[in-house]
Ligand binder design. Structure first.
Ligand code: SAM
Ligand code: CA
Length: 248
């Protein structure tokens, strides 16, 4: 029988659950194969260290998976990103994968309501020699976006924006980010497959927070699909990421 959400068919936790990930792939073994063959051997040492430190943290389910970190790093290089933004940092795994991909004078405006978790990863980010690229702001992202919207100089100024925070605000973020990302730039919305719950039957036993946020993710996906200002591509990487390329 196919494994569900990272549990083995005998209900034993699969190996990759050590780092708290739910695979959307049909087979747990296949996901493990990807990690062991193409991801872990290529993972930069600081990212490995940060992943291992994060795995010990009680909220480690929130971290970006190693395969998604590798994907983001590659994407940023492919689009030659220089000026970027991240909403939702946690301990900084996606932030570090971004920082390592940017040129030395690249910039990341990184926002999170929780500085304590960012500080878990910060020494590793500093040791990797990329902390100078990061402008970390503690607090909710929305007021910062509103401030930037008021100042025309920020309009169309970001090459890439990664959104991985409060799912009930994604559409509020989108309303602002569409003006802040440049034409041809990319916004990546994370967790857009929401643990597979989007297609669960109405009576499916879902954890409370999964059920609560599901409607917001469904609404976001619908809105992105009909937004004429962007081209989109939804990928089953990690918990699903929707890439939006601004075209107007
Ligand atoms: N990208 C991170 C990584 O690679 O580990 C994971 C981010 S985690 C899924 C979501 C984060 O969003 C949490 O650290 C949380 O504190 C933050 N967050 C929640 N609401 C927020 C808000 N209104 N503004 C900014 N950050 C917020
Ligand atoms: Ca995420």
């Amino acid at each position: 029988m196919a494994a569900v959400n990272g549990a083995g068919s005998d209900n034993q936790p699969a190996k990759h659950q050590e780092v708290g990930h739910k695979s959307l792939l049909q087979s747990d073994a296949l996901y493990q194969y990807i990690l062991e063959t193409s991801v872990y051997p290529r993972e930069p040492e600081p990212m490995k260290e940060l992943r291992e430190v994060t795995a010990k943290h009680p909220w480690n389910l929130m971290t970006t998976s190693a395969d998604e970190g590798q994907f983001l790093n590659m994407l940023l290089k492919l689009i030659n990103a220089k000026n970027t933004m991240e909403i939702g940092v946690y301990t900084g795994y996606s932030l570090l994968s971004t920082a390592l991909a940017l040129p030395d004078d690249g910039k990341i405006l990184a926002m999170d309501i929780n500085r304590e978790n960012y500080e878990i990863g910060l020494p590793i980010i500093q040791k990797a020699g990329v902390a100078h690229k990061i402008d970390f702001r503690e607090g909710p992202a929305l007021p910062v976006l509103d401030q930037m919207i008021e100042d025309k100089k920020f309009h169309g100024s970001f090459d890439f924006i990664f959104v991985d925070a409060d799912k009930d605000n994604y559409l509020n973020y989108h309303k602002r980010l569409i003006d802040l990302v440049k034409i041809g730039g990319v916004i990546g919305y994370d967790n857009t497959l929401w643990n597979g719950s989007l297609v669960a039957p109405p009576d499916a036993p879902l954890r409370k927070y999964v059920r609560y946020y599901r409607d917001f993710v469904l609404e976001l996906n619908k809105a992105l699909a009909v937004d004429p200002r962007i081209e989109i591509c939804q990928l089953p990487v990690g918990d699903g990421i929707t890439l939006c390329r601004r075209i107007s």
